[in-house]
Design a protein around this ligand. Structure first.
Ligand code: SF4
Length: 300
């Protein structure tokens, strides 16, 4: 008998996660978009929000469910390994197989293109793709996998600024707002904005992007950061960019999430990760007894 966990369960779970992510928004996102549609008074933006809501409702209620956007994203996984979960082996190959299977079975648009010589692999796998982020969960006995297929339009608007430490918190606010104003309607707003501060260039970007996994409305546990999240959310919505860039006071951003790391005295990195209205993420926990619990979606 093998002393490693059954990879078939991990593969099947990842295929389901990709299907959930592509076809059904997490309930916090769908509720927030419906509320935003109720609240928006700017007619073009309200109409765009109605189209978004109609679109994702049709996608998730179709038989079988259909992708809610033609851009089904580049495949990214976040894998959190409970310290007490059984030994795992070959998870990278397993998740590659899951991405290729989901591409055929859902189906998903193939989005893995060679950046040097061109050419699409046709199955959403390639060099370093799917990209897998690993972490450990102290004391946990489960393996948590999040599928995070990321759309290209919003990814194109992400940015990194190596600020001077003297620019401080006001400099960071200005940097974030400038990036959002410059992006306008291009990242398919309403957006979720993840901000990573400090650490180093790569650390700030990774922290910013990881914030896009947090549920909407959840505030940072540090009151200073929580206030900064709220202030930036208000300021971004005051830009008036609105849903799909059509104007409006409440529909530029669904939320702002911030995380920070301590920094080198000489540098102040600030990263802005932008997620579009198609804020797709699907998470499951796999337990040692092979039980699978879907966290963000319901299996029917
Ligand atoms: S940015 Fe998002 S909503 Fe816009 S086309 Fe890409 S995946 Fe779709």
């Amino acid at each position: 008998m093998s002393d490693t966990f059954d990879n078939a369960i991990i593969e099947d779970t990842a295929v389901k996660l990709l299907r959930f992510a592509a076809t059904q928004l997490p309930s916090d996102v769908s509720k927030a978009l419906k509320n935003m549609h109720e609240q928006e008074v700017n007619p073009p933006s309200k109409a765009a929000l109605k189209t978004i809501v109609d679109n994702f409702t049709m996608a998730e209620t179709a038989t079988p469910p259909l992708p809610l956007c033609q851009d089904t994203g580049i495949h990214i996984y976040y894998v959190n390994i409970g310290e007490n979960f059984p030994k795992i082996k070959g998870i990278e190959e397993t998740l590659r197989k899951a991405s290729a299977r989901a591409t055929e079975e859902v189906p998903l648009r193939p989005n893995a293109v060679n950046p040097i010589v061109g050419g699409n692999t046709g199955d959403n796998t390639g060099r370093h793709i799917p990209f897998i982020n690993y972490d450990f969960i102290p004391g946990a006995d489960y393996l948590e996998i999040t599928a995070f297929p990321k759309g290209g339009g919003s990814e194109n608007m992400c940015a990194l600024g190596m600020l001077k430490p003297g620019q401080g918190i006001n400099g960071i606010k200005k940097f974030v707002i400038d990036i959002i104003i410059n992006a306008g309607g291009q990242p398919c707003p309403p957006v979720v904005v993840g901000v990573g501060i400090g650490g180093g260039a790569d650390i700030a970007l990774k922290l910013g992007k990881k914030q896009l996994l947090r549920p909407l409305g959840q505030r940072h546990s540090d009151p200073e950061i929580a206030k900064l999240e709220e202030d930036l959310l208000k300021a971004i919505n005051m830009t008036g960019i609105g849903s799909m860039g059509l104007g409006g006071e409440v529909s530029t951003a669904l939320d702002v999430k911030i995380e920070f790391a301590h920094r080198h005295p000489a540098s102040l990195p600030a990263a802005v990760a932008i997620q579009c209205w198609a804020a797709r993420r699907a998470t499951a926990r796999i337990y040692p007894d092979k039980r699978v619990e879907f966290v963000t979606h319901k299996e029917v």
